[in-house]
Design a protein around this ligand. Structure first.
Ligand code: SF4
Length: 354
């Protein structure tokens, strides 16, 4: 169909590396039952929005009546000239921020490009019904991307593509057009278990099963309250998200550097110390992270995460001084984590002296 060829060409021109099409009526019963079991077991933690939309995630017509097809797209995000992730993680004193969050917030970028794609389609065929998403509505985006043939769901639960690994954002367009659909790909994880073995908190409790309550991305981004003490030492210096399962994945040797200037590193966030970030006042936080996904977690949660990182860092007078400077913070959440971090530093100092 000529329109599909045009859509594929336009999507590449708009900066998507791939686009595949799924039938909105495809059998999602296994995905749906897996989702409900996961919810029943409470693996979603405080992410109430995961539970509140019922079957809308797996039944597109319940979200957008008339949907016939799902166009699934991906956009690479790995930034160029970035400090080696393992060097940051192993430094102990550097702050590790997930590679996807080092630049501008992807939600707007991906959605705006999908809108441009829809505009081109409209110019070609006239008005049709559509809706675009990027992690912005109850859509099982990995499952739909898999159905569309964009890749397979790896044992770490992220989408993997043989040509691009997993370091890309996903987006979707629901359309009421009966376009030809693409075929699903195979699963190429094989006997590998690297992501399961490396996970600092053992959050991948079985292949293809993530207990979000243990996942560092959940703990540092989604969870608003106090981080469970038992998990804090395992977080290390990861202050916003965690990439370990992706960093060890052999398929990420095929990950490509992004073509998007918006995803390049801003404010040196790939190579910055915990102490420096902890010194930011709220105005600095708001200014430096304007347009970044990180700003969504808010200043208190940001300080909470960095306090945990400082507690896990090797003992230093600078760190203790930085923590003491926030011992009387207005936020109970921050004070409690600072207190914990000071105790950790104190214990390290004592054991260094023994
Ligand atoms: S690390 Fe191995 S098991 Fe995990 S997603 Fe990658 S290939 Fe699959």
């Amino acid at each position: 169909m000529a329109l599909v060829n045009d859509i594929k060409i336009w999507s590449r021109e708009l900066g998507f590396q791939a686009i595949c099409i799924a039938d909105a009526h495809a059998d999602m019963s296994a995905v749906e039952s897996g989702l409900f079991k996961w919810l029943e077991q409470g693996c979603h933690g405080d992410m109430d929005y995961m539970a509140k939309h019922g079957t809308k995630r797996t039944r597109p017509a319940e979200l957008e009546p008339g949907t016939q097809r799902i166009l699934s797209v991906c956009m690479n995000y790995a930034p160029p000239h970035v400090k080696n992730s393992w060097d940051v993680i192993r430094s102990g004193t550097g702050a590790f921020i997930s590679r996807y969050a080092l630049g501008r917030d992807y939600h707007k970028v991906v959605r705006a490009r999908l809108q441009k794609l829809a505009d081109r389609m409209t110019a070609q065929i006239g008005t049709f019904q559509y809706r675009v998403f990027s992690d912005s509505a109850p859509v099982m985006e990995v499952a739909w991307a898999q159905k569309a043939g964009l890749g397979w769901r790896g044992k770490h639960t992220l989408l993997l593509n043989r040509q691009a690994g997993s370091m890309f954002f996903l987006g979707e367009m629901y359309v009421d057009l009966p376009l030809p659909v693409d075929e699903e790909t195979g699963n190429y994880c094989g006997s590998c278990t690297r992501c399961i073995d490396i996970c600092p908190t053992q959050a991948i409790t079985a292949p293809y099963r993530l207990d979000a309550r243990r996942c560092i991305s959940y703990l540092t981004i989604e969870m608003k309250d106090s981080i469970p003490e038992s998990l804090r030492p395992l977080i290390g210096n990861r202050v916003y998200g965690c990439d370990d399962c992706q960093l060890v994945c052999p398929w990420n040797k095929y990950a490509h550097i992004t073509q998007e200037a918006d995803f390049h590193v801003r404010n040196g966030l790939d190579d910055v110390s915990l102490v420096e970030l902890f010194g930011w006042d709220q105005a600095t936080f708001e200014a430096k992270l304007a347009g970044s996904a990180i700003r969504r977690i808010g200043y208190k949660q940001w300080l909470r995460n960095i306090a945990v990182g400082l507690g896990n860092a090797p003992y230093s007078n600078d760190i203790v001084r930085a923590l003491q400077g926030r011992a009387d913070d207005a936020s109970e959440l921050v004070r409690e984590h600072v207190q914990w971090a000071l105790q950790q530093q104190h214990q390290k100092r004592t054991s260094n002296q023994e």
